[in-house]
Design a protein around this ligand. Structure first.
Ligand code: RIB
Ligand code: CA
Length: 345
């Protein structure tokens, strides 16, 4: 069976790191490259973290890392947005975590420290902007042949689309981690990846590409537990050890913060679920097709993924698939098998 050609776009962070390891170890992928973007932490850190993961898995000579945009399109410029004022919306008046301009948007700091707990690396990103590399790589490809898996803010993808719209014809699918319907995170209305660059997300949504959202509704339903993390640790490889300790660290962060996850003794591993869904769409168990827009008005719902679920005869065309649930066991078994198979090599 031909391998799935993929490009990962990451803001590495902890769950991005697990997603990268799955994408590198899974034999069904042809990983053309990993592009990095500002998000969980600042660009220089998301890039360094990505390089550390690639090096730690001994893939430095196989996997390209390409550095992308260090700021969202406009949200840090618009005078009324939390990204520029540093003040969160009224919903979270007491949450005035300022958002430094040229620095990461800082999701829960406890979830993503600056550097991943991995050895420093001498690996470097290739000497080219991720936007240019994306355009060049896609234009060289066959039509509809490359699957993009963005698991951070969509800045790189949006800028590449604006730079050369011809790339949309080269994209087979976009399977992105982002958005939320009944589950949100960064604000009561918005999930972090979309909220960090709402205008970029809207550009991607209007691209006409085949888009599947793997939102918080799905990733939270596919949480991984402490018990499952220990099963991964028992595989005994250094990759399994890192994945297990990363999951346990995320569980600690979520259990402190989130009532649901504390009762499950688990945590969502958002980005890895998006990678799984590329090969196993059946892991997404409740998927709706709808028209989705991102609120870019800059108010309380800034960055919200607004799903039009009305069945209007003359409604806007449906522009995405949006997963509301996922199969937790299938997701875990997929990760466990990849790590076990790589252990047997
Ligand atoms: O909301 C979850 C997303 O925000 C994940 O991609 C996580 O890595 C952060 O980027
Ligand atoms: Ca991410």
């Amino acid at each position: 069976m031909e391998k799935e050609k993929i490009i990962l776009d990451v803001d590495t962070g902890t769950d991005d790191a697990v997603a990268i390891i799955m994408a590198m170890l899974c034999q069904d992928f042809d990983l053309l490259g990993i592009t990095t973007v500002n998000g969980n932490v600042e660009l220089k850190l998301t890039t360094d973290n990505t390089l550390r993961v690639v090096d730690y898995c001994g893939m430095g000579d196989k996997v390209k890392v390409v550095q992308g945009c260090d700021l969202p399109l406009v949200s840090t410029l618009l005078p009324w947005t939390p990204q520029s004022t540093g003040i969160m919306t009224a919903y979270t008046k007491n949450d005035i975590r300022c958002i430094p301009r040229r620095e990461g948007m800082r999701t829960g700091a406890e979830m993503h420290g600056d550097h991943l707990p991995l050895p420093e690396t001498t690996l470097k990103p290739i000497e080219k902007s991720a936007v240019i590399w994306l355009v060049e790589t896609l234009l060289e490809a066959e039509d509809h042949s490359i699957t993009l898996i963005p698991v951070g803010p969509l800045t790189n993808i949006a800028v590449a689309m604006r730079a050369d719209p011809r790339i949309t014809k080269k994209i087979k699918r976009i399977v992105l981690m982002g958005g939320g319907y009944l589950v949100n995170s960064r604000t009561p209305a918005a999930e972090f990846n979309i909220w960090a660059d709402p205008e970029a997300a809207e550009i991607v949504l209007q691209s006409g590409c085949d888009i599947t959202f793997v939102p918080l509704d799905a990733t939270h339903s596919a949480y991984i537990t402490t018990e499952q993390a220990e099963k991964i640790r028992a595989i005994g490889t250094k990759e399994a050890e890192f994945v297990a300790s990363t999951i346990l660290g995320r569980i600690k962060g979520y259990v402190n913060r989130d009532r649901d996850m504390s009762q499950y003794d688990g945590a969502p591993i958002h980005d890895a679920l998006a990678v799984c869904a590329v090969l196993h769409p059946e892991v997404l168990t409740e998927v709706i097709e709808c028209n989705c827009h991102v609120d870019i008005s800059g108010g309380y719902a800034y960055g919200q993924t607004i799903l039009d679920r009305r069945e209007l005869k003359n409604g806007e065309p449906k522009n995405c698939k949006f997963a509301l649930k996922a199969d937790r066991e299938m997701f875990f078994e997929w990760m466990e098998n990849i790590l076990k198979n790589s252990a047997d090599k």
